[in-house]
Design a protein around this ligand. Sequence first.
Ligand code: NAP
Length: 482
Amino acid sequence: MNTQKLKFNKLYINGEWISAFSRETFDVINPGTGNVITGVPNAGEIEAEMAIDAASKAFPEWSEKTAQERFDLLYKWFQLIIENKEEIATILTEEQGKPYSEAIGEVHYAASFVSWYAEEGKRIYGETIPASSREKRILVIKQPIGVVAAITPWNFPAAMFTKKIATALAAGCTTVIKPAEVTPLTALKLVKLAEEAGIPAGVINAITGNPKIIGQTWLKDKRVSKITFTGSTAVGKELMRGAADTVKKVSLELGGHAPVIVCADANLDKAVEGVILSKFRNGGQTCVCANRIYVENSIMPIFIDKLRNEVEKLKVGIGNQSDAKIGPLINQAAYTKVQRHVEDAVAKGAKVVCGGKRVEEYQGGYFYEPTILSNINNEMIIMSEETFGPVAPIVGFDDIDDAIKQANDTDYGLAAYAFTENLKSTIKLYEKLEYGIVGINDGLVSLAQAPFGGIKQSGIGREGGHQGLEEYLETKYVSIGI
Ligand code: NAP
């Protein structure tokens, strides 16, 4: 990427691209090569407050626009994202590491939130309720919640951004956003396109910098009505505690530890394809990633054989290599965690079916071989901690009720998957699995029109679908005496 061309590696506040007051910057690094791409401003409290000032000032006018006026601007933004998809995907691959083909897929996915919510904003309906007296009328109206603060993670820098911002804007809210420190450039490019689309100054304000200071500044300010966060459960809990003082609404999309249950009656090719998608997409760095794969013992050898055949075809490489299917892990800490999970499992008796070590070919980046482990037991860390890497631990089961019980034995509740051709098992699985999302014979479950989110310690609220829009709306009950 020609960094000279990056005109958007700045803070965007009240329609202006500015540096941090301190003039400090931090480097954005390509995780595939270790090279510095560019620097972005290291903002703190002053800039976080300026962003709230701008969003508060812009709120009255934005919230009073008609749904059609907001649609026109959001749809223009969608068109610009699609027109610029190659450039966005190049930035995304460079700063995040995922293969370019996946980055293009993510840009389409990110754009789908903008077009879907542009439309859905026209369907913010109220209600009338029959009153108990002839002298009264009861109405329910929906209104935008106000200024929304959004904090996003690095694993889907485009989609996590539009999921929050397009929905908030469609509801009539204005926004302040802090993208992840390691992947800010994709988000800033999307902001640049929003500016070009004519979205007015102050409606989106994006800053990069110290996460804790920015987060605390937004949490303590009464003018921020809602905080929406995607990231780790630990930070989500901290934000939830911080939101209590001003009783802000919170939406939290947190960590996961997805089980996959493969029954003996499954279509095995479909099951293998589903496991590959759910486990190895984005190098295993997705919140809905398969983290425990339960396979009925009678099909275990054949399943492992088929899975290994497919896993061995996954070419590891730097994201911009056309045949790369698995990119690098995001940083040293992520690499160390994956290595720790594998070493711990092996020390406790796991067998490495394939992979299990660093890819030596790319010394600049954090590449780990796609790995399958068998002989797994519940003492291994991998069975309870989110791995966030390309490692698939396989566990046997004989009884589906027992598999469901084991699958539910976690504090997480984001996504679960099951593969079966049996109707009775299908119903039992989707009814009994304690997860916000259940994929049956489907390893790819994220869509703009569907309510995505977790239960238990995986989160609060939903993103996507009409349910996602509700998160940015207040319900007002109006009683009229006549
Ligand atoms: P993270 O460390 O929690 O960071 C997420 C965001 O929070 C980043 O922007 C980060 O900023 C910011 N942050 C960190 N500490 C903060 C603090 N004390 N106060 C305010 N903000 C703070 O998570 P991550 O490693 O980027 O993302 C991976 C996690 O996200 C995984 O657990 C994954 O499962 C989860 N995730 C969940 C979903 C979902 O929809 N449920 C989707 C994607 C990812 P910096 O980058 O500047 O540190």
